[in-house]
Every structure is written in C-alpha cells, then in structure tokens.
Design a protein around this ligand. Sequence first.
Ligand code: CA
Length: 206
Amino acid sequence: MKKFYLLLAAAMLIAMPSCKKDPANNGKKEEAEKVSRIFEDFENGGILRWTPVEGAAFKLVANPKKAGINTSETVGQYTTATHEWDYIWSSRFGDEIDPETNQPKWKKDQYVPIDFNEGWIIKIDCLAPAAGIPVYCKLEIDGGNGKEIKDVKTTKANEWEVLEFDYEPLALESGKYCDFVICVDAGGKTAGTVVYLDNFRQVKGE
Ligand SMILES: [Ca+2]
C-alpha cells in the first residue's frame, strides 16, 4: 500500500502543470516554437508599412548585433520621444502609390486579419539598451479600437531577447484584428532610447 501511495505521489508530481507562461521569458531557454504566421521580418523592405507617431522615430536598419536568436540582416529601429505614449503602428498599405487615388496601395493579399485559432501568442524579437523598459503591443481592428498587453518589459541589455504577448486572456475575436501598435518606454518620457525590433510572429501555445 505504501508503494502505491508513493507511485501516486510521483504520478501527481509529473501531472502537475509546469509554469509555461512567462511573458518576458526571464532568461528561460526558448522552447521550439510552432510559428503559424510571420507578420514582419523587415527583410527586403519589410512586409508592413510602419508609421512613427508622437515624436518617435522609426526606420529599417542593418541588424546592429547579429548574434544569439537574431542573426538576420535587417531590423526595425525605434527611437523613443519625450511623449509618454509615442508609438509606431503598422498598416496594410504598401509604399506604392495608386495613381487614381494618389494614396498608397493596399497590400490585401499580405495582410489578412489574425486567426487566433492559429495561436494566441505574438512574439517579437527585441534588442534594448537596458532591462525594465515597458513595451506595449496593441492589436487593432480597422479604425482603431485596439486591445493591448501592458505587462511586458525588456529583461536584457544589449542582447536579443524574445518579448511574448499572450492575447488569450483578452479572448479577441478572430478575423478582425490586423494592425499592430507598438509603444516602447510606454508611459515614460525618456527620449532617445533606441530599441530594435524584429520577427513579429504568431505562435501556437503548448
Ligand atoms: Ca529581420
């Protein structure tokens, strides 16, 4: 009987869920990802059109630190402004101008709304000068009305890391959300902080 209880206790230990949700990864070894969609990798001019707002600056640059988890060629460079809520937003417009409307053409084929059946987690690679910088990631539907994750901060200085945004608790509806808003140093007034972003992707959880 004693042996039975020992076995039972061992089985319960094995069955106990491990703590897998770790928004900022906190130095944990990255498990193999099941990437269902890549939204942006900034290679060859990038996939989306990014617009900086409230004084933020944003441009595509050569990867300043090809090492660790990100050895790709090109990344997005975000420089913060004194505004508490400076940000960048993505849209489905390309840089090509439609001669009829004189407006940028839509990139409809490249940008369909997110299907959360393919995963609730959005991951972004980030290279920051310091740990503890809050990075908000908001998903928006046409015309605004976004939902954001506010509890993610950088955890490393001068080293690529993965920022993880889990939208499952927000129970967002599939087929509606299509644009990103990224706010670095969210709520802070520090200007001139340069943070690099790359590999915006949708990942299936365990
Ligand atoms: Ca890249």
